[in-house]
Design a protein around this ligand. Structure first.
Ligand SMILES: *Cc1c(COP(=O)(O)O)cnc(C)c1O
Length: 434
């Protein structure tokens, strides 16, 4: 089969040239720049359901879904209606509103892992704040993080931190002072011995161990449950807080995230992405005792002009109300498995060195043909396969995030019919690239 002619991109190209005069690299978040795939980024004009349209009027089935937040797809009627209703009363007050209570209640009533929550405006902010809380509560400075996990772009955590950096050929950011990075102890994922050794060497100095319990920002590095259980146990034994960064996995693999999926209780949790229904919301939560340290109740300061913004809260309430309905996650997983199985069965029948790795409604394109990749350094760094597949999919109307280290997302708007169509296109593209 032949490579088909590329889509028309003239309008997007023009906008990108202009954008480059305004923004570093022409973008407001680096991976959007299409650096590791072919062509320039598509400027998106509109989204509806599981589809998006670019400025050149190309139509795509969208598997990026704004990098995760849109678990109901674009422009979901319930979310749209609730946002508009909130907006009619004003965009922001900087004073408490009823909507904050409503979103908190919706979450806390269903979440057995945390007693209290604090809303912020992004995942980065949530993690940064919860990290300060971990240090303030324990009185210790060092933290453990795992290689390949991304926790937003705050200084302490930009060490060996996943897709955005790896896509651009770096592993850690410039501009992070050495004395800050020194307190971040970086360990390989899924390695109990390395963890034990590190904890022994830093006895009574470690505030918390932060992990994406389902690492999904540097491939999909599913952990063995035995590792997560060992991590829980070692943290408990050593007075280290276990910090689950559930910005991607929260409300994605289950309502209460990976903690619910694996049945493991973390001491601190962060949420983001899905929690805001497509608007900027992050949150951190913990037990009453730990949260009592947060200002104004306690000495750990944290604030935000737009925290708990009413329009964003409304979007979150509308979206999480849908997610909380019985069977929502089973249905998500069922449709995703259907999609993934078609493609994997085809790749296997043809002997292609390719498979989709999946959990819940997340999938990742692995070109290793090697099952069970648990660690960042087990990923094949040659992204040629992804680059080719990305181009062929785009030319046939399927949109994936522009990096082979990023995962894809299935929303509730991706019907079985659409998924069957998309799977057919995937198989056709695999024939072209292999
Ligand atoms: C996306 C993400 C973040 C950062 O959230 P932003 O809203 O982009 O700041 C942090 N941690 C994890 C696990 C994420 O997936």
């Amino acid at each position: 089969m032949e490579t088909i002619q590329g889509i028309k991109r003239t309008t997007s190209e023009g906008l990108f040239e202009k954008a480059k005069t305004f923004f570093p690299g022409g973008v407001n978040s680096p991976v959007r720049a299409f650096k590791s795939v072919e062509g320039s980024p598509l400027f998106i004009k509109k989204g509806d359901g599981c589809k998006i349209w670019d400025e050149d009027d190309n139509e795509f089935i969208d598997f990026c879904c704004s990098w995760g937040p849109l678990i109901l797809g674009h422009n979901h009627p319930a979310v749209y209606t609730k946002i508009v209703a909130a907006l009619q009363n004003g965009a922001s007050f900087g004073a408490p509103t009823r909507l904050e209570n409503e979103l908190a209640e919706l979450i806390l009533d269903r979440n057995p892992f945390i007693d209290k929550i604090r809303f912020v405006s992004s995942g980065t902010e949530a993690v940064m704040s919860a990290l300060r809380l971990a240090r303030g509560y324990t009185g210790k400075d060092k933290i453990i993080k795992f290689e390949g996990c991304y926790h937003g772009h705050s200084d302490s955590l930009l060490v060996k931190a996943g897709s955005g950096l790896v896509t651009l050929g770096e592993s850690s950011s410039a501009g992070v002072p050495e004395h800050v990075a020194m307190d971040t102890l970086v360990l390989p994922l899924n390695d109990i011995e390395a963890l034990k050794k590190c904890v022994a060497e830093n006895k009574n100095e470690i505030a918390c161990a932060i992990i994406e319990p389902i690492p999904a920002n540097n491939g999909l590095l599913l952990q063995e449950k035995t590792f997560l259980l060992a991590l829980r146990e070692i943290c408990t034994e050593n007075g280290i807080l276990l910090f689950f960064d559930e910005v991607i996995s929260g409300f994605r693999v289950a309502f209460s995230g990976a903690a619910e999926y694996y049945g493991i209780k973390p001491d601190l949790v962060t949420y983001g992405k899905i929690i805001g229904g497509g608007l900027p919301v992050g949150a951190y939560g913990a037990s009453k005792e730990i949260m009592a340290c947060v200002s104004p109740d306690g000495p750990v300061y944290q604030a935000g002009t737009l925290s708990g913004n009413p329009v964003a809260m409304a979007a979150g309430i509308a979206q999480l109300t849908e997610c909380a309905k019985p069977g929502f996650y089973e249905d998500q997983a069922e449709r995703t498995t259907y999609f993934v199985s078609i493609i994997n069965a085809y790749a296997k029948s043809k002997g292609y060195n390719f498979e989709l790795v999946t959990v819940g409604s997340i999938f990742w394109l692995s070109f290793d043909g090697k099952k069970s990749i648990h660690k960042a350094d087990e990923i094949n760094p040659d992204m040629t396969g992804f680059k080719n597949l990305h181009r062929e999919l785009l030319n046939r109307g399927v949109y994936l995030g522009p990096s082979g280290y990023e995962v894809g997302f299935v929303s509730s708007a991706h019907s079985k019919e659409i998924l069957e169509t998309a799977a057919g296109i995937f198989c056709e593209c695999l024939d072209v690239i292999f």
